[in-house]
Design a protein around this ligand. Sequence first.
Ligand code: SOE
Length: 402
Amino acid sequence: MTHPTPELRVGMVGYAFMGAAHSHAWRTAHRFFDLPLTPVMAAVAGRNADAVAAAAHTQGWASTETDWRALIERDDIDLIDICTPGNTHAEIAIAALKAGKHVLCEKPLANSVAEAQEMTAVAEEAARNGVFAMCGYSYRRTPALALAKRMVDDGRLGTIRQVRAQYLQDWLSDENAPLTWRLDKTKSGSGALGDIGAHSIDAAQFVTGQRITGVSALMETFTKERPVGGDLMGLGGHGDMAADARKGPVTVDDAVIFSARFDGGAIGSFEATRTALGRKNAMRLEVNGSLGSIAFDFEDMNFLQFYDGTDAEDARGFHRIMVTEPVHPYVGNWWPTGHGLGYEHGFTHQVADLLTALGSATQPTPSFADALAVQRVLAAVETSATNHSRWTTAETATEETR
Ligand code: SOE
C-alpha cells in the first residue's frame, strides 16, 4: 500500500456542461496520473436544491449547497471550481481567494477587463500566501496542441510568421434555437467571441509564446431575437419551448472575424462563429514559421499536421502525426499507441497539471494574468468592431473605450 497522498477537497459551483466535464476530471485525474494530491469531490453548489442533488448523484459529489457562499464558508473545502456563467466569476473567485481557497475558474476569466484586473490582483496577492488560481483554457491540454507548442519551443518551426485560427460551430444556425444564457450579454459577456474565440486566442498565444498586441475586427449577429426557454446542448436554458412562444433579444455576436499583430512579429487571422452550418466543434489552428508549419483541427483531435521545411527536398509534405505515442504530452498515462483520446481528456489533464502545481506550491498555468491577457484581446476586438474595425491595441482596450 503506497503512502496515501494528502487530500484536496473540492467544492464546485455550477453543474451544467462545464460542471459535468470538470466532474469527470476530478473523478479520473488521480487514477491515471501520479499526483501529489488526491482530489475529494466534497460538494457541488447550485440554486435549485432538487437539481443540484440530482447532479451530485450523477457527477459524484458528496454533498450539496444551494448558495456558493456556503462552500466558501466551509472549512472542509480547499479549492473552489467555478463552472458558472462569466458574470459570476469575479465575485466567486475573489471571495474564495480571500478566504484562502485555491480557485479553478472557467473561461473566459470575466466579462470585463476591469473584473479580470481585480481578479488578477487578488490572485497575485493570494499566491504570495501559497493560495493559487488557474483559468480553465483546457484546449491547450489537448495532446496535439501541447505537442505543437513543444515543436515551436524546440525551434522546429523557426521564426513564427503567421497564425490562422478558426473556431467553427453551428448550434445557433437554426434561428429557432432558444435564447440561453450564452446569448445574453449580461451573463456571457459576449457571444462567439468570448465563448469560443477566447479558446483560439489562448491557444494561439500558448503555442506561439507570443501575445496579441492589436486587432482589427468585424462582428455580426444574424438572428436578432430568439424563442425564450428551452435547453439547447444542456447549456442551461429555462422553461418549456412548446409552452412559451415569446421571443427575446439576442445581445451578443453570432460571428466574429479579426486580424491581429503579435509582440513577437507574427500576424494572425481569427474567426469564431456558432452559425457555420455543418461545423460542429472545429477548433482549428495553423502556425507558419520559417522552417515549418503545424495545423490542427479539434474535429480530428488525435492528429497534428506538421510540415518540416528541413526534410529532404523530394520528401517534403505535411506529416499527419498520430498523437498517441508515449513520447507525446499526456498520452502515456492513458492507452497503448493508436487508441486515441477525447474532449474530456483535456479537462483531466487540466486537473492533473493543477494538482501537480499545487502539490509543489507553484503557480499553475494559465494563471489569471494569462487569462487577463486574453480578456484584453476580447475587449480590443469588441472596441474595434464597434468603431468601424479601427485598429485597437489590446493593452489600452476596455469596455469603456468603445
Ligand atoms: C459552446 O459553444 C461550448 O460549450 C463552449 O462554451 C465551450 O467552451 C467549448 O469547449 C465547446 O462549445
